[in-house]
Write a protein that binds this ligand. Structure first.
Ligand SMILES: C[S@@+](CC[C@H](N)C(=O)[O-])C[C@H]1O[C@@H](n2cnc3c(N)ncnc32)[C@H](O)[C@@H]1O
Length: 281
């Protein structure tokens, strides 16, 4: 049988689902079999394997656990994102959030923002543009952005900062002109974030399942949007608690609009749609 005609066996599906859950907290429903098959297929090609069972044998073996686990985790993550996604959050920063943060710190230090689950970078680059624009009118604003993700593939793309014109289209034209450059090759539809923008963001790999997030000091704002949907309820609560621990009291936490924190025991107080403030104390 060609790979296209094969499918993942029931027992392999069970172990792949457990691995995704144990390693990344990602809950794959039994309905995700076709998705897994489609996404694992390119790995079979890369590794020169002929079946899903050979892949599982390799992945769960000693060498695979060392060398294939990261690629498998890349396979199971969903990385959909956009520039200026859920724009209300950026409007909030410009109208209220940044002024409040500057007032709280007295502008004595730089503000630190964290895009947790940054995917290919659209979210942290949006933040970098919004804050750079704000800083032109408010020179007291100094800031840095940390952007983290589990997937090494998306992080590499994010770091390069090269996007297709179609992807950059949601960026308002004046910002696009200022913060993106066209490829020298006229036939290419790629655009690259200018170095000044790229230098505002530090990209780093971080798995929310890790015990220690390795973040020194505290963050003023946390963006964790469209990430916790993949986790089951206990995992969500556990992760949010750890993320929020890194926030300063009064710091802002932004989630995806479809994500509710109802009933979670976390020190967050609702402020607006998918927007929270860390309670003092
Ligand atoms: C759908 S994207 C969201 C991107 C962006 N925050 C947005 O709202 O547009 C979700 C991201 O979460 C990441 N992710 C999933 N599980 C993770 C984990 N255990 N640790 C860290 N990141 C994870 C995925 O790799 C993916 O890039």
């Amino acid at each position: 049988l060609s790979i296209e005609e094969q499918s993942i066996s029931g027992s392999d599906l069970t172990r792949l689902r457990s691995l995704a859950y144990d390693q990344a907290g990602i809950h794959l429903g039994p309905d995700k079999k076709t998705m897994l098959e489609l996404r694992i297929r390119p790995r079979l090609r890369v590794l020169g394997l002929n079946s899903y069972s050979e892949y599982c044998e390799y992945l769960f073996g000693r060498q695979g656990q060392r060398e294939e686990l990261v690629s498998f985790l890349d396979v199971v993550t969903t990385n959909k994102t956009d520039f200026f996604r859920e724009p209300g959050h950026f409007e909030f920063l410009v109208k209220i959030g940044l002024a409040a943060m500057l007032e709280r710190t007295g502008a004595t230090r730089e503000l630190r923002l964290w895009s947790a689950g940054c995917s290919t970078g659209e979210e942290p680059y949006t933040l970098a543009m919004v804050l750079s624009e704000y800083a032109e009118a408010h020179p007291e604003l100094r800031f840095s952005i940390l952007a983290t993700d589990l997937s090494t593939t998306v992080l590499e793309k994010a770091q390069r900062g090269i996007f297709r014109a179609e992807v950059v289209a949601p960026v308002p034209i004046e910002l696009r002109r200022k913060y993106f450059m066209r490829s020298r090759d006229r036939a290419s539809d790629q655009m690259r974030a200018v170095p000044e923008l790229r230098s505002l963001i530090e990209f780093r790999r971080l798995n929310f399942m890790d015990t220690d997030y390795g973040i020194e000091g505290k963050m003023d704002a946390l963006f964790c949007r469209n990430v916790i949907i993949y986790f089951d309820r206990p995992t969500k609560e556990q992760i949010i608690r750890k993320l929020v621990h890194v926030l300063v009291p009064g710091g802002y936490a932004f989630f995806g609009h479809s994500e509710t924190l109802n009933g979670f025991d976390v020190p967050l107080q609702p402020l607006g749609p998918a927007l929270y403030r860390k309670t003092d104390g």
